[in-house]
Design a protein around this ligand. Sequence first.
Ligand code: 6GU
Length: 263
Amino acid sequence: MRLDVITIFPEYLEPLRHALLGKAIEKGILEVGVHNLRDWATDVHKSVDDTPYGGGPGMVMKPTVWGPALDDVAEGKSVGWQLDSAQPHVDKPRRDDLTGRSFEGYEGEAGDKPLLIVPTPAGRPFTQEMARRWSNEDHIVFACGRYEGIDQRVVEDAANRYRVEEVSIGDYVLIGGEVAVLVMAEAITRLIPGVLGNASSHEEDSFSDGLLEGPSYTKPREWRGLEVPDVLLSGNHKLVEEWRREQSLQRTRERRPDLLRQE
Ligand code: 6GU
């Protein structure tokens, strides 16, 4: 899978290169390109936003900058770049660190358009089901808006070259889409085969069966006067499974009764 992120704050996306995702990049399962939207600004001030038609507070990001950026990234004409800042933990260049290199067709299977995800608090709620579906994509582009958002015509026009989804990660407001991209990229890429060590380890994730995951324990058996539940030491797999199911139900009833009602 290839992920491209277009943002005015490329440094926010640095965590994509660490831990789980960094491993996936090293294994060649994942490629990440981060693109500075200002590279497509045309005026001397490199401006990317302007005042809103109809008035109101804040600024709106300009279609004349976003349009060409999305065109170029869809076609692989911009591969993205790494920040100039020193990266002591990176000892060899990764192919997506290199500027000016093109990549071969990242179109989805059967010539599908790439998927464009636009993070916005006004979007459809991001779910585990979307993460599962999108983990099969070949090419996902994230368009990070800041300020009061992006001119809506950008989303409309992008539908000519992308399958477009406007998505929210929850009922609260962030300053921009960058952190939402980190959240979604992690949720999506951990489901790609080979990214997590144990392929079956996400079959028991919270939400994959519509319930929250129950509590887990490891050694020692007693710690600060607290015991591990006896059933987990019983060696009876059937009893353990029943207990875990009951713990899941109990936790879901307490914390997320909405998940039980919609089942
Ligand atoms: Cl995806 N973006 C922003 N800016 N705020 C949000 C969000 C996204 N999801 C929830 N709040």
